[in-house]
Write a protein that binds this ligand. Structure first.
Ligand SMILES: Cc1ncc(COP(=O)(O)O)c(C=O)c1O
Length: 392
């Protein structure tokens, strides 16, 4: 492995969400606590990204930036190389992060009062955006089969009232770690066609897929669906650049593209964060080796964490095909969610995301982020074993 993911980098006092907000959010002090919540990594960015940033600092002029052609070319190259997906640079709309991208889509394809469907439990900002834009949140609970999440499209069809306009879909799924099969994706696409729904495919986790799994880009699988399909992509999860606040919306259908551009114009346009753009461009141009090593490192962290959870009676970790977010069900302990949270936060001193914030079906779960040094994962599992020692 050429990159050192074991490097100790102290993030405390750097204005990081993960380490500097854990005490206010979860009551876990960073000095002896472990930050395993928000979805970023504790790792240094790829060398090419650091070089791009150094180049910008050396140049020293940070004015408005108008030429995103290198960024578009880097996106096109990456999607072709890593996903076999041909993107035309003209299909790309840049956004200040994908949360913002989701919001643009909601505004473009629905009106206040309309229903917007999500498969819960799911990335919590989807619900926040739907509610804040005065749409009606429609939660379609995922069902568990063989310990994994599956969409229940029959139940969803039966619950439709006719005002639903779109689905915000998370692929791969956060927090369940699912990589959806091509069959599932085709069924979802057919469902959208039958019920006249736009499909927003948020594929921000598309590169964080373990090596025995294949992520299917929906737009590549079903190009004939372009009139109702938008894809969201970014470098930010893949290369740990979330602070850049940059993501892209890909829409190949001209009418879909035009609707998005109109809403973007109403939201102050799409002028880009210049430094972030340079970093993201470098990552897509030169980040392949770093990502390959990262996935090997994360796979070992996953193995260590999963094996430890397996040894604690009552705890079950969902099989994780993708992401670095472990979704652990505590319902088998027979304890209340509050008691479990108390043990994890107060006894083990680990800050994690609470399952209920991901919507219906998440209540008995906690989400642990293992994109950190291996020594920290090992420390976390020791603390968890101790905190639940009375169950052994
Ligand atoms: C599915 C999904 N979409 C979007 C985001 C946020 O993207 P951004 O930081 O670009 O707003 C996240 C962050 O965790 C996510 O998991």
């Amino acid at each position: 492995m050429s990159f050192n993911f074991d490097e100790v980098i102290n993030r405390i006092g750097t204005h990081s969400s993960k380490w500097d907000m854990m005490e206010t959010r979860y009551g876990v002090a960073p000095d002896d606590g472990l930050a395993m919540w928000v979805a970023d990594m504790d790792f240094r960015a790829p060398p090419a990204v650091e070089a791009a940033l150094a180049g910008a600092l050396d140049h020293g002029v940070h004015g408005y930036f108008g030429d995103d052609s290198a960024y578009r070319a880097a996106l096109v190259g990456w999607m072709q190389r890593r996903h076999g997906w041909d993107v035309d640079p003209q299909w790309i709309i840049n956004a200040h992060g994908l949360g913002y991208g989701v919001s643009l889509c909601v505004q473009a394809f629905s009106q206040p009062g309309d229903g917007v469907i999500v498969f819960s439990p799911v990335y919590h900002a989807f619900a926040r955006i739907v509610r804040a834009t005065d749409r009606r949140l429609v939660e379609s609970p995922l069902v568990q089969r063989d310990g994994r999440y599956h969409m229940d499209l029959d139940a969803l069809a039966a619950s439709l009232t006719g005002d639903e306009k779109m689905i915000i879909f998370c692929s791969p799924h956060n927090p369940g770690g699912r990589v959806w099969t091509d069959k599932e994706l085709r069924e979802l696409a057919a469902f959208c066609e039958t019920h006249n729904l736009m499909l927003i495919s948020d594929e921000v986790h598309n590169d964080l897929v373990f090596k025995d799994q294949t992520h299917h880009v929906l737009a590549k699988l079903m190009p004939e669906m372009e009139h109702r399909l938008v894809t969201l992509v970014a470098t930010t999860k893949t290369f740990n650049l979330a602070g850049c606040m940059i993501g892209s919306i890909v829409a190949s259908d001209p009418a879909v593209y035009a609707k998005l551009m109109k809403v973007a114009a109403a939201n102050s346009g799409l002028s880009f964060n210049r430094i972030g753009m340079l970093m993201c461009t470098a990552a897509w141009q030169d980040g392949d080796d770093w990502l390959d090593d990262l996935l090997d490192y994360l796979a070992i962290n996953r193995g260590i964490f999963a094996a430890a959870i397996d040894q604690i009676p009552g705890l079950t970790m969902m099989p994780m095909d993708a992401t670095y977010l472990c979704w652990v069900d505590f319902s088998g302990t027979g304890m209340s969610a509050e008691d479990c949270i108390q043990r994890v936060e107060k006894d083990a001193r680990i800050a994690v995301n609470h399952g209920a914030t991901f919507g219906q079906g998440g209540e008995t779960f906690l989400r642990f982020n293992i994109a950190c040094r291996r020594a920290m994962v090992e420390e976390a599992v020791d603390r968890l074993k101790q905190a639940f020692a009375d169950l052994q």
